[in-house]
Ligand binder design. Structure first.
Ligand code: 4AZ
Length: 231
């Protein structure tokens, strides 16, 4: 994450770390973030739960091997439209370090410039070599739809399934390795998953928002996956 502050996993207990094992190197590599949305489901691209430090074991952590996953049927690899992946894991015991974020109602629209939280173990700047060792948290605001257009993102396609959010002070932003992680906003006193970190034009550039998957557009898709795959 560009900007933001070191945080503790109890502050965003829905944050997951997704590693991939490369047999050639006999090692796990950081791939991206993820979000716990129910006691048995992890959302997105690319599972360790309950870890404050990315590479350090913790007594609160839970490690799962992903059993099954579904990439959205209409995922577009060029534009990142429908950038959402559903992963089925096991029943996950909840704790102060491991706790799901709420899914929004399908029609929920929060006011423009609502302040929301992002988190992750991603890079501190676009060209840094390393991911962040400790989970970080930052604050971004929801941009009006009219401003979430290609001209503010170097001409890249923006679809209705995406939302833009950024820090008007130009401080906090998601960066490489944060994708898959949460954008949660307070709604009726619940931390509600409005976005999944997806892409952007660099990190923390002035007046350039980060782009997130618009979770309200996928509630039926998510519910259908849950229903079709009971634990
Ligand atoms: C990435 O590559 C990425 N500044 C995610 C978010 C942003 C940039 C890059 C937004 O995972």
């Amino acid at each position: 994450m560009f900007g933001g502050r070191a945080s503790d996993i109890t502050e965003q207990p829905w944050q997951a770390v997704i590693n991939v094992y490369q047999a050639r190197h006999k090692k796990h590599f950081h791939r991206c973030g993820g979000v716990l949305i129910d006691s048995c489901w992890v959302l997105h691209t690319c599972v360790i739960l309950g870890r404050t430090y990315r590479k350090q074991n913790s007594s609160s952590e839970q490690i799962f091997k992903v059993e099954k996953y579904w990439i959205h049927e209409q995922f577009d690899n060029e534009t990142f439209d429908n950038d959402i992946v559903y992963k089925y894991t096991f029943i996950i015991p909840l704790s102060p370090e491991v706790f799901p974020a709420c899914l929004p109602d399908r029609g929920l629209e929060l006011p423009d410039w609502t302040e929301c939280e992002i988190s992750g173990y991603g890079k501190e700047s676009e060209f840094s070599a390393e991911y962040s060792e400790r989970v970080k948290r930052g604050y971004v605001r929801l941009w009006p739809k009219e401003r979430c257009v290609p001209s503010v993102l170097s001409g890249r396609t923006v679809t209705a399934n995406m939302l833009c959010a950024g820090d008007t002070r130009g401080l906090d932003d998601a960066c490489k390795g944060d994708s898959g992680g949460p954008l949660v906003c307070r709604n009726n006193d619940r931390m509600t998953l409005m976005g999944v970190i997806s892409w952007g034009d660099g990190c923390g550039q002035k007046d350039k928002p980060g782009v997130y998957t618009r979770v309200t557009h996928y509630i039926e898709w998510i519910n259908a996956k849950i229903k079709a795959n009971p634990v």
